[in-house]
Design a protein around this ligand. Structure first.
Ligand SMILES: [Zn+2]
Length: 148
């Protein structure tokens, strides 16, 4: 699966801002990141919640204590919605409930390209998906999603 238009948007972003660092991109694009305890009502039990206009602020609420790699993946996924799906006002990220509709697939594609996760099939030959997930510090479900 390939979305050339998304590749072009990512190339453009990196060109304009000179980085693919997700935290720098959030800064440049003026999107706030607010880490919250899992129990916080704003998360509604999700891992993250994006709101394009939360009291005039564009913000991603995200659970604290995720691995850095998983946090970056989720932030990149939500940035995908922010940039690709401008009609989307809010979006929740919940790995257990993630539907695979077109927009979710596009956001995952965007995230995968942006974080540039390179799962080398030769290096990981003979590894189980659990072992590969562990080596990337990602939940197994997330890796399965990324591998399609
Ligand atoms: Zn999403």
């Amino acid at each position: 699966m390939e979305y050339v238009w998304i590749d072009n948007i990512i190339d453009g972003l990196i060109d304009i801002y000179g980085t693919n660092n997700i935290y720098d991109l959030y800064d440049y694009l003026d999107i706030s990141i607010k880490k919250l305890p899992m129990s916080n009502v704003l998360l509604h039990g999700n891992e993250a919640f994006y709101n394009r206009n939360f009291f005039d602020t564009e913000v991603v609420f995200i659970r604290e204590n995720l691995t850095v790699e998983y946090e970056q993946f989720i932030l990149a996924h939500e940035l995908g919605h922010a940039i690709l799906h401008t009609n989307m006002i809010t979006s929740a990220f919940n790995i257990n409930l993630l539907n695979l509709d077109k927009m979710e697939r596009q956001a995952n594609y965007f995230a995968l390209k942006l974080v540039n996760l390179n799962i080398d099939e030769i290096i990981f030959e003979g590894f189980t998906i659990e072992q590969i997930a562990k080596s990337f510090n990602l939940p197994v479900k997330c890796l399965k999603l990324l591998l399609g």
